[in-house]
Write a protein that binds this ligand. Structure first.
Ligand code: IVH
Length: 702
């Protein structure tokens, strides 16, 4: 839910900021500032409550959509009454201006590190040390916790409101990452009174910022797809995401926090670690629920073994357990030695690394055409799981690690993350090892594979490559591209699986008999799909160029290219230099376009498209390049405009290449809402169509 809600909130916020959906209160006439204040307070309380249910109790009471509605309503009200915005409002998680550098923060008491134990004997030695210091006659217990593998942070709450958040740094001084921490939804912006009954006047809490494995994998996939270097592990991903000068980058990363301790506290007293771990959640500060109490060394060892066995089942990485003497009085007696407390121990798990031999390096092609080198290895068991393949990410990574076929390598498995080659055991080299070179052709379809300037990943340029065909057809049929209504992902997958569609051109050769062969396809649906396909045959140059799915050529750039070149022939014939001369086209995009049209496979698909009846109309108008600015767009006007008559506004957009319509549909690109808009506005909202105020419209048409 976290990601989904974040996306929705961001969307909602953008919409409000754009002024696109206006700030008119839901149905009400207008409200007084006092009424707004009351509603804002109620909304904030409610949102805080639901955050607590979701993040701390792990037991949400409302759906994501309902939660989003509350947030959106709050955003709307705060937009209307900016004076009522407070720093602890749930809307204030993003939006700070990027920093030039992080400010330093001195921790009021040092953030200590932990001494380590690497096996059970070392845990026994620690316990013996502690027992000797405490005195054999006195009994005590440990609190045992997972050792979270992330980044340590400290957050200061003054009178219950988050004031400063910092990284651990060297333990004495850290970096001020307040704005970034505020974007993490499991970090409360204000505390609840909790079981103490009142919010402490000052509370410094310490915890670990982490990224769950699934989120980490997804983030890395996205990074690899976009040519950015992947993070080596979830810890690096968490650290890299938190230490961003632009907090909106942090906001887009799926970070979470678990708290495990306190620094200074005023207005609250804690007698033990157990009291901390049970009090923090009541204040809204989430702790890892997997902690345990151990009355003896044996129980501590049992906890250590239990957590090691559980390690793979957790959705986040832990690299050991932390044993802490529970009683704070005893902790103080035991004291600290060289920056590590004598009362705590990090008992690390055995490393999940093994050595094995690289038998081959093969290339996998992803669904967007990315070529990924993969090491095929002699199977080896790492922590109970047999590993025989490991990703090498891209050519740069292979070169950096200098992995060769025949090498003995160290392989690492982290949670359920794809195994990775960590390093090469160069001492085992015989001289017969073979270097890997990324092929310049796609191993799946034989099309040219191109590594664009400034990118780390090579990609297949073939638009009919089986590895990326599903994505390519889906994109081709999408609304802003060829707009083939009714041709959804499932049908596309079936058409490809049945061998009826081997490239987008085959869509135009389908007949009813073909479609009826597909599972769950009725006459009516088949007819509708065929009619949509037929309708899409006649299209504009900008839509067509966009539909081809050329890397880096999005909706906007397609229109720029269409307006500049006017015809497909001219665009296809343009060389890199000519392409680079187009405003907004840089060397990377020029290379991408040129290599796309240079690929024979693509030329064949284009020819087949035309042979199957696709017709592309040119877009250049007599007025020159700007004339096509809104080419292919569709507008609907509703309500009264102040600066134009409806007719004038329509002519304006038509002159720029757009169409106008009186009905809002999923094909509508913009609804321009004037004064007293009618039901069209509601319809546009429900369809998610972009809504423009008159001011925004004026800006758009220039
Ligand atoms: S307590 C003196 N508890 O381990 C106590 N630390 O080497 C200091 N860590 O930088 C920390 N999980 O990032 C504590 N449950 C936990 C922890 C934990 C992970 C990390 C923390 C710290 C490092 C100490």
């Amino acid at each position: 839910m976290v990601l989904l809600v974040r996306a929705l909130v961001t969307q909602a916020r953008h919409r409000v900021r754009d002024g696109a959906c206006g700030v008119a209160p839901m149905g009400e006439e207008s409200m007084t500032k006092n009424e707004a204040k009351k509603e804002i307070a109620t909304l904030r309380e409610s949102i805080d409550h639901h955050n607590y249910r979701y993040y701390v109790l792990d037991s949400p009471e409302i759906s994501d959509a309902e939660y989003d509605r509350l947030l959106r309503r709050l955003s709307e009200l705060e937009h209307e009454y900016p004076g009522l915005v407070t720093p602890d409002s749930p809307t204030q998680r993003v939006g700070a201006t990027p920093l030039a550098a992080f400010r330093e923060v001195k921790h009021s008491s040092p953030m200590l590190s932990l001494s380590n134990a690497f096996d059970e004997d070392e845990i026994r030695e620690f316990d013996a040390r502690v027992r000797k210091l405490v005195g054999e006659a006195r009994s005590f217990r440990y609190v045992a916790e997972p050792k979270l593998d992330g980044l340590a942070v400290e957050i200061v709450y003054e009178k219950g409101i988050l004031s400063v958040g910092s990284t651990r740094g060297d333990g004495v001084t850290g970096e001020d990452v307040t704005q970034n921490l505020k974007t993490i939804r499991s970090v409360p912006l204000r505390l609840r009174p909790g079981k103490l009954g009142a919010v402490p006047s000052l509370l410094e809490v310490r915890g670990e910022v982490i990224m769950r494995l699934a989120a980490f994998r997804k983030l890395n996939e996205e990074r690899e797809e976009s040519g950015e270097p992947p993070f080596a592990n979830p810890r690096n991903a968490a650290a890299g995401s938190l230490r961003q000068l632009d907090s909106s980058v942090t906001a887009s990363r799926p970070l979470e926090v678990f708290f495990y301790g306190i620094g200074r506290a005023e207005g609250a007293r804690f007698a033990s670690q157990l009291e901390v771990l049970t009090s923090l959640p009541t204040m809204g500060l989430r702790v890892d629920p997997n902690f345990g109490l151990c009355d003896s060394l044996d129980e501590a060892l049992e906890y250590y073994r239990r957590m090691e066995a559980k390690r793979d089942k957790l959705s986040y990485e832990i690299d050991g357990v932390v044993l802490k003497v529970d009683d704070f009085g005893l902790q103080e007696e035991l004291g600290t030695i060289s920056r590590s407390p004598r009362w705590a121990l990090a008992a690390k798990f055995a490393a999940r690394q093994e050595t094995t031999k690289v038998l081959d390096i093969v290339v996998q092609v992803g669904r967007t055409g990315a070529l990924t080198p993969v090491a095929v290895m002699e199977p080896v068991s790492i922590g109970g799981v047999t590993v025989s393949r490991a990703t090498l990410h891209n050519q740069d990574e292979v070169d950096r690690k200098d992995v060769r076929v025949g090498d003995t390598v160290v392989v690492q498995r982290a949670g359920d993350v794809i195994p990775e080659v960590v390093s090469v055991v160069t001492s085992k080299r015989t001289g017969k090892e073979r270097k890997f070179v990324m092929p310049d052709r796609c191993p799946v379809c034989g099309a040219k594979a191109v590594r664009l300037e400034g990118e780390a990943v090579s990609r297949c340029t073939g638009m009919a490559c089986p590895a990326k065909l599903t994505e390519a057809v889906f994109h081709f049929a999408s609304r802003r591209a060829m707009d083939i209504d009714g041709l959804g992902g499932k049908i596309i997958a079936k058409l490809i699986e049945a061998g009826m569609v081997k490239s987008v051109a085959d869509l135009y050769a389908l007949d009813k008999q073909d479609l009826l062969k597909l599972e769950r396809m009725g006459e009516k649906l088949a007819e509708n799909i065929l009619a949509s396909i037929d309708r899409s045959r006649k299209t504009t140059l900008s839509r067509f160029v966009y539909a081809l799915g050329i890397r880096h050529v999005g909706d906007h750039l397609s229109r720029v290219l269409a307006a500049h070149f006017g015809t497909l022939e001219k665009l296809v014939a343009a060389g890199r230099d000519e392409l680079e001369a187009v405003p907004e086209v840089g060397p990377q995009v020029a290379q991408s376009i040129a290599s796309f049209f240079a690929e024979k496979q693509n030329v064949r698909v284009l020819e087949k498209l035309f042979a199957n009846g696709v017709r592309v109309s040119g877009e250049r108008r007599a007025g020159g390049r700007a004339a096509g600015k809104l080419a292919g767009r569709s507008f609907v006007f509703t309500g009264t405009l102040e600066g134009h008559t409806r007719k004038e506004a329509s002519s304006l957009v038509e002159a720029l290449g757009a169409r106008t319509s009186s009905q809002v549909s999923s094909n509508t690109d913009y609804v321009v809402a004037g004064k007293d808009p009618g039901s069209k506005l509601e319809k546009a909202k429900s369809l998610g169509v972009k809504i423009l105020t008159e001011k925004e419209f004026d800006r758009l048409v220039g």
